[in-house]
Every structure is written in C-alpha cells, then in structure tokens.
Design a protein around this ligand. Structure first.
Ligand SMILES: [Zn+2]
Length: 253
C-alpha cells in the first residue's frame, strides 16, 4: 500500500475516523456502479430517468419501470464483502466517528455497522410522496409481484417511491448536517469507492482537510480530490480496506 511513512505511522492513533463510501465498495458484492465503465447509467442512459423525480411523478410508465427495477435489484441477493466487514470491525473497536454512505443497498448494516448516515436514502423502504408513510420495501414489492404496476400508498392513495434521494430531490437536512459535523470532527477521513463527483457528498472531504484531518482515498479511478489527499490507494477495495483497517487496529498482516 502506497502510503507516506508519517501517515502510516499515525494510523494506529486514529481514534475518530469518518468514512464516506460509494458504489465502488459494493461492486465486489455484485452490485454494479452507476458511472463506471460498466455502470448502469453508462450502459443505459435512459435508466437515469427512473431516478429523476420529475419524470417519476409525471409518467406512470416510469413508475412501473422503476418498481420492476427495484424488484430486480441485485442488492436483494447480495452479501456484504470484506470491505463492509472491515468498516464494521472499526466501528466495533470504537474507532469510527461516522460511516457516511452514498449507497442505498443497506450492505453496511447487513455487515454489522449500526450508525450509518445514508445521505442518498435507502432502497429497503418505500416512502409515500404525499403523506410520508414508510413501508418495508418487500411489502410493496409483493404487491408488484401480485400484479399492481404502481402500488399506491395504503394510507392516503399517494404515489410511493423507494426512500432514496432521486435527482431533483433535496437531501435530508438532518443527515447532511450530521455528515458535515462528522467530517469536521474526525482525525482521519477515508473516501472509499466513490468517484467524488457528486455534491455535496464529495465536498465533505474538504470539510475534513480544511480542519487538518488527513484524507485517504481508496478508489479504482482518479478523483477530483486526489491532489489534496494525503494518500491515494488504487488497489481492489476488498483487499486494501481490510489491510488499512488492520493497520489502524495494530493488527497488520
Ligand atoms: Zn400516503
């Protein structure tokens, strides 16, 4: 791992690590990313329409397509990988300040992470866009399987959607505020498997750097923040993140 000696020596002293994860941490679990070379939106630009709130509200066909896409999402059959497990281990050891994720797949929680800030929401619940009722996603998908193309809210009849942040929807302010605070208060910021091109998630890195915390980036591709990072690690995340966690925990292999 190509890490400057001073940072390497400081890793066992990191007591308050904030982590930001993106799609790249889940690709080893069989969930394709969106913007990479094999990404969902790279291969099928029209798929992004399903995640755009205006189109979703205006077009029943977009909603029907979106429900089928949710039902067929690979996350329902995916297992957390070694990188998810490594972050759960850091949390159990009391070394994490926060785990912020851009992912909606819920794999961090499945790996045992408890305090996850899901800045783009979760696909594991449905939310009524009229009354805000939240329902476990499998209950709504069972209605889709039973033949409903666009299951309305059981309380008010409103349009339902996965409890994710679509294009055109604001982030939840409480989650964003907690994420910014965690970035400002950490002693090490790890950006893992994210292209750091989506704001405001990406600029969380700067919040940390501007307050003196070293930034480490673990990602397959270059990011716009590589120049301000204390270290950039390019290897497979399923290998590099567990190794990094071992260095923090003083259990280097
Ligand atoms: Zn409702």
């Amino acid at each position: 791992m190509d890490v400057p000696p001073a940072l390497l020596a400081a890793l066992p002293d990191a007591r308050s690590i904030t982590v930001l994860t993106g799609a790249g941490i889940s690709t080893d679990s069989g969930i394709p990313d969106f913007r990479g070379p094999q990404g969902v939106w790279t291969r099928d630009p029209a798929a992004a329409r399903l995640s755009t709130i205006g189109a979703y509200l205006a077009d029943p066909q977009v909603r029907a397509d979106a429900w089928r896409s949710r039902r067929d999402h690979p996350a329902w059959h995916a297992e957390p990988n070694a990188a998810h497990a490594a972050l759960a281990g850091l949390e159990r050891a009391g070394r994490l300040r926060a785990l912020i994720t851009q992912n909606i797949d819920g794999l961090h929680q499945r790996a045992g992470s408890a305090a996850v800030l899901e800045i783009h929401g979760t696909m594991r619940e449905a939310e009524c866009l009229a009354c805000g009722l939240r329902t476990p996603m499998p209950e709504v998908l069972a209605r889709v399987d039973a033949g409903e193309q666009d299951p309305p809210c059981p309380e008010c009849g409103g349009i339902q959607k996965s409890a994710t942040i679509s294009f055109g929807q604001p982030l939840r302010q409480d989650v964003l505020d907690a994420s910014i605070t965690a970035a400002r208060e950490c002693d090490l910021f790890l950006a893992v498997g994210t292209s750091l091109t989506v704001e405001p998630a990406a600029s969380l890195c700067l919040e940390a750097v501007e307050r003196g915390a070293p930034l480490m980036i673990l990602n397959a591709e270059p990011t716009p923040y590589d120049a301000v990072a204390a270290a950039v690690v390019r290897g497979p995340i399923g290998e590099t993140l567990p190794r990094l966690a071992d260095l923090v925990l003083g259990a280097a292999r």
